[in-house]
Design a protein around this ligand. Structure first.
Ligand code: GRF
Length: 188
C-alpha cells in the first residue's frame, strides 16, 4: 500500500509515521507533499529519503495536476499531518474516504478554519477546559467535519499554559497517529 503525506509545518508527525512504517513491508510513504518551501518537513523528508513535492496555491487548487500525480503514483491513502489548506473538493471526490487528518483538539469542539496550531491550545485554556486531546478524522470539503476515526484525551489542569497543552497533545499525536494509519491501511 502507498501513502502520501501532506504537511506544511515541522513534520514531526510525518517523521513518526515514517519511523513506524520503516519495518513494514506492505506499506510505504511514497511521497511527501508540501505547500511551504521553508517547512521543516522538507529536511526531515530528505533525511528519511522520501521524495518531496512542493506546490503553490494556484497549482494546488487547480488540483488536476495534483490528483493526476497521486493517481499515477497509485496512492491508497492521503495523510494530512499539519497541512493548513482546505482540500479542494475535486481532490476529496477523487479519493473518497481515502484522506485523513489529525486535529490537535477534541472535535467537534475547537475545530474549523483558524483553529489550528497554537490557536487551538490558547482557546482550550481560555475556555477553562479540563481536558484536550487529538481527533483523527476523514477529510471532506469542510474543515474538520469528516467522520471521526479515533480520539485520545489528556487532562488540562488550571495551571497548564497553552504550551503545556500543546506538548501533551503532540505526545498523543506521535503516540497514536502512526498506529491508526497502519491499522487503517491494513484494512483497505
Ligand atoms: C500538529 O499539531 C497537528 O495536530 C496539526 O498540525 C501540527 C503538525 O505538527 N494538524 P508537525 O508539523 O507534524 O510537527
Amino acid at each position: 500500500r502507498r501513502i502520501a503525506i501532506f504537511a506544511s509545518g515541522s513534520g514531526s508527525n510525518a517523521e513518526k509515521i515514517a519511523e513506524h512504517l520503516t519495518n513494514s513491508t506492505d506499506v510505504e510513504i511514497t511521497l511527501i507533499l508540501s505547500n511551504s518551501p521553508k517547512a521543516g518537513v522538507i529536511d526531515r523528508a530528505r533525511r528519511l529519503h522520501i521524495p518531496v513535492l512542493l506546490f503553490d496555491r494556484t497549482t494546488f487548487y487547480e488540483s488536476s495536476r495534483v490528483i493526476r500525480l497521486l493517481q499515477e503514483q497509485q496512492i491508497d491513502l492521503i495523510v494530512l499531518a499539519g497541512f493548513m489548506w482546505l482540500m479542494p473538493s475535486e481532490l476529496v471526490q477523487a479519493f473518497p474516504n481515502r484522506i485523513i487528518n489529525i486535529h490537535p483538539a477534541l472535535l467537534p469542539k475547537f475545530g474549523g478554519k483558524g483553529m489550528y496550531g497554537h490557536f487551538v491550545h490558547e482557546a482550550v485554556v481560555a475556555a477553562g477546559e479540563t481536558e484536550s486531546g487529538i481527533t483523527i478524522h476523514y477529510v471532506n470539503e469542510r474543515y474538520d467535519e469528516g467522520q471521526v476515526i479515533f480520539q485520545a484525551r489528556c487532562p488540562v489542569t488550571p495551571t497548564d499554559s497553552p504550551e503545556d497543552v500543546a506538548r501533551n497533545v503532540q505526545k498523543l499525536e506521535h503516540e497514536h497517529y502512526p498506529r491508526v494509519i497502519a491499522d487503517l491501511v491494513a484494512a483497505l
